[in-house]
Structure formats: C-alpha cells, structure tokens
Design a protein around this ligand. Structure first.
Ligand code: GDP
Ligand code: IMO
Ligand code: MG
Length: 428
C-alpha cells in the first residue's frame, strides 16, 4: 500500500473524516484533491470532536503531512479560520504539516455572493448548495478567468486579475441579480493580507506528493462529497461542481492513475442526502425521522437536517464500478440497531426491467422503483463489538449481502464515531 484513496460512495457524509483519520495512522501524507469548504468532515478522538472543512483529516497526527491539492477550491479566510480553530484545540498547524497547491483556485467574496444569488434566482428549482461559492469558483476555473493561489503570491498579477473580475462580477451581480457589489480596494487589501499569512504553506504539491510516493511513503487521498454528487456521474444538476470519484485524484493532485494502488469507498449502512435532488430509497416517514435522530443526521457545514433512507446497493454498485473500488468501509451500523426489519434496495424496476445502475436522466430515475430485500435487525450491542466475530449474526448477514450485491469486499466496519470504534476485517 503506497497510494490509496478514501472516497464517499453515496451522497456525502458517509464518515470519510472518521475513516481518513483512522487510516491516516498507516499513512505519511494525506491529500485533499477536490471540493472546498462545502465539505464537513468529523473526527472524534477520545472525548474530543473536530470538524474539518478544508484541512485534510490527517492533521490530528503531528507527524503527518497534509496537502491541499490543485483540484481544491480554497477560501483563504475559511482556511485561516480553520487553522486558528485547530490551534485553539491544541492542534499545531505549520508549513511542516500543511502545504497548499499554488495551482488551487481561490474562492473570492463574489463567488459566495453569486452562489446565493443564483440559488435565489432558481427559485423552487434551487440545488440547495452550501452557499460557500463552490460552483461559481469552478465556473471561473473552466471559464479561464479564475484567480489561483500562485497569483496571490504575485501582488501585481493578483491586482490585475482581481480588477478584471470585480468589474465583470459587479456588473452581473447588480444588473442580473440586483445584488450587492464589491469594492476593489477592500477585497484587494483583505486578500493580500491572507496571501502573506498563507505564503509559507504554498508550493507545487504534485512534485512533493510524487516524490513521497517514489520514496515509498504511504499517501492517502481523502475525497470530499460523494459519488452521486460527482459532476459527471452524480444526479446532475443536483451535484457539486467537482469530480468526487477516484478519477478526480489524478487531476486534483497531479498524480497519475498508475501510481494509485487501491480505493476504499466509504458507505453508510443506510443512505442520506442533504440538499435537493432525487433519492429513490428516501423514507419520508417515522422510520426516516428515527434514523435521522438516532444517527444525528444534521449537516456539519450548514446544520441542515439530512434526508434519510434505506441502503441503496444500486448506488454502491455504481460507486464500485466508476471508481474501481477495491473495498468498502461500512459506517454507522450501530445507528440501525433496534430496528426490527431493515431493507436494502437491490435493483431498480424501470419500464418492466430490473436495472442495477443509476440512469443519467432524472426523468428516467424518477420512474425507477426500488426493489427491496428485507433483513432482520440487531441490537445495540453492536456498538461494543471490536471484531467481526463479536458482531450480531444478523449484522453479519446484512454486511455479507452488501459484498455480494456489489461484488466488492468490505475492509473496515465502523460501529461508532470514535477512532477506536472501528474494526479491520479485510485488506484495503
Ligand atoms: P464525512 O463528511 O463523510 O466526513 O461525514 P460527516 O462527518 O459529515 O458525517 C458523519 C457523521 O457520522 C459524523 O458525525 C461522524 O462522527 C459520525 N460517524 C462516523 N462513523 C460512525 C459510526 O460508525 N457510527 C456512528 N454512530 N457515527 C459515526
Ligand atoms: P462532505 O465532504 C453532503 C451538497 C449540497 C448540495 C450540493 C451542491 O461533508 O461529504 P455545493 O455547495 O457543493 O455547490 O452544493 O452538494 N454537498 C454535500 N452534501 N456532504 C458534503 O460534503 C457536501 N458538499 C456539498 O448539499 O446538495
Ligand atoms: Mg460531511
């Protein structure tokens, strides 16, 4: 194991932060390769809880290097606030344990304003974004007018690009959306100050990560969001604006696919989604509410209630295919404890056929009816299991069926939020 990926197999919030922290013990370097501070990754160690948005979840080990890759969109204020938040909790963050790609794009104040204005303009068709400016920042990247971290390191270049952008964005904000505009001098002063604080952290991360892999170090790539929020393979347009799947690693960290050995899909034992969009196995009833309360299913970034539903093996199978998953890590089987009968969606009934993939068109997906298999539940003793043998028999049957349906082994099982509530059952 020298380079491996941890990514979300559903709609995000699968427990990537927890699993990255757990697996980071075996890694030397932890790399974020896409997304931004729309992510909210929770790590619990002992009695302490940490909420991370931009900084990789390896940061709690003092000797590991954490990397913010070129594919990440960086809000410098959010990043500096997160560094201060961690320092306040006694976690040291220095250029020795955190580096930032010079190619990463910067989230600017107008991106956040545009995110909100566009959502408002969409009315009932809004996506339910996190409002962090993610979409508008990636839009500028593709439009080739984005401002990168390396630009911020050259004041004159930064000023020129900012002036052009402020002119264009102010015009759109005021004329199209009747929204507030931005003052060049204010934004410029604010960002140059951020740039000076961030300067020691900035470097070409592709060179660094490549050299680490070549030197035999273990590198963990930490995904944000999840497979069905991927801009190409998710439930478009109810997705985020980056490639959340394994292919995103090569692009977002500048590491070729042949250098990566394995990819672990993090799968919650049931399904959740926050924000709008299709969700075939959603439970709009007391069972959905029960899972939400028992699983504390409220967003780390926005505090919104997460929608809950039965496990959807069609989604997991899709994730395994698209990312070439070598295994799954299944989280939160303790949340399902106490439920008498559980269901897993094993296929979609679509036009009198049973399919095992997620169709591209939302109109087709809306016609898909989940086909369920029923399982007997287990009790709360599951939370104290520390080995596969200690798991209740019914939990084992449920997990075995996930392996069969996805044709992918389970490597890790998580029975609680803390680092120690985790068991290895197979190689990654
Ligand atoms: P991420 O975005 O994928 O990192 O996931 P989040 O942190 O947004 O949400 C996952 C939540 O579940 C967090 O509050 C975790 O502490 C918690 N969690 C992770 N694994 C488990 C588990 O096995 N059992 C329970 N009860 N909670 C878990
Ligand atoms: P982690 O890494 C769950 C969702 C938003 C919205 C859609 C687009 O914690 O799993 P965006 O702000 O990215 O343009 O919003 O994507 N979303 C997430 N849902 N977990 C996340 O991150 C998410 N990041 C974005 O709710 O539906
Ligand atoms: Mg999250």
């Amino acid at each position: 194991m020298s380079a491996f990926i941890v990514l979300g197999a559903q709609w995000g919030d699968e427990g990537k932060g927890k699993m990255t922290d757990y697996l980071a013990e075996k890694a030397d370097v932890v790399v974020r390769f896409q997304g931004g501070n729309n992510a909210g990754h929770t790590v619990e160690v002992g009695e302490k809880q940490y909420k991370l948005h931009l900084i990789p979840s390896g940061i709690l080990y003092p000797e590991k290097l954490n990397v913010i890759g070129n594919g990440v969109v960086v809000d410098p204020k959010a990043l500096l606030d997160e560094i201060d938040y961690l320092e306040g909790l006694g976690v040291k963050v220095t250029p020795k344990n955190l580096i930032i790609s010079d190619r990463a794009h910067l989230i600017m104040p107008y991106h956040k304003a545009l995110d909100k204005a566009k959502e408002q303009a969409r009315g009932k068709n809004d996506i339910g974004t996190t409002g962090k400016g993610i979409g508008p920042c990636y839009t500028d990247k593709a439009e080739r007018c984005g401002i990168r971290v390396c630009d911020l390191m050259h004041t004159e270049v930064f000023k020129e690009k900012l002036q052009e952008n402020i002119n264009a964005k102010n015009s759109v904000l005021s004329k199209l959306y009747n929204a507030e505009t931005f003052d060049f001098d204010e934004v410029c002063k604010e960002y140059i100050a951020y740039g000076e604080r961030l300067r020691p952290y900035v470097q070409d991360i592709s060179v660094n990560v490549y050299n680490q892999i070549k030197a035999g170090k273990n590198v963990l790539f930490e995904g944000a969001q999840g497979t069905l929020l991927d801009i190409d393979y998710g439930t478009y347009p109810y997705v985020t604006s980056s490639n959340t799947i394994a292919g995103g690693v090569s692009i977002g960290a500048g590491i070729g696919p042949t250098m990566i050995n394995s990819a672990v899909g993090i799968a919650k034992a049931y399904t959740t989604r926050v924000g709008k969009g299709p969700f075939p196995t959603e439970l709009l009833n007391e069972m959905g509410e029960h899972i939400r309360e028992k699983g504390h299913e409220y967003g780390v970034t926005t505090g919104r209630a997460r929608r809950c539903g039965w496990l959807d093996a069609v989604i997991l199978k899709t994730a395994a295919r698209i990312s070439g998953l070598t295994s799954f890590a299944v989280t939160k089987i303790d949340t399902l404890a106490g439920i008498d009968k559980l269901k897993i969606c094993v296929g979609y009934k679509f036009n009198d056929k049973i399919i095992d993939y997620v169709p591209a068109s939302l109109e087709d997906l809306a016609l898909c009816e989940p086909v369920y298999e029923e399982f007997d539940g287990w009790d709360d003793s599951v939370a104290s299991a520390r080995s596969y043998e200690e798991l209740p028999e019914n939990a084992k049957k449920y997990l075995k069926r996930i392996e069969e349906l996805t044709d992918t082994k389970i490597s890790i099982i998580s029975v609680g939020p803390r680092r120690d509530q985790t068991m290895d059952v197979n190689s990654l």
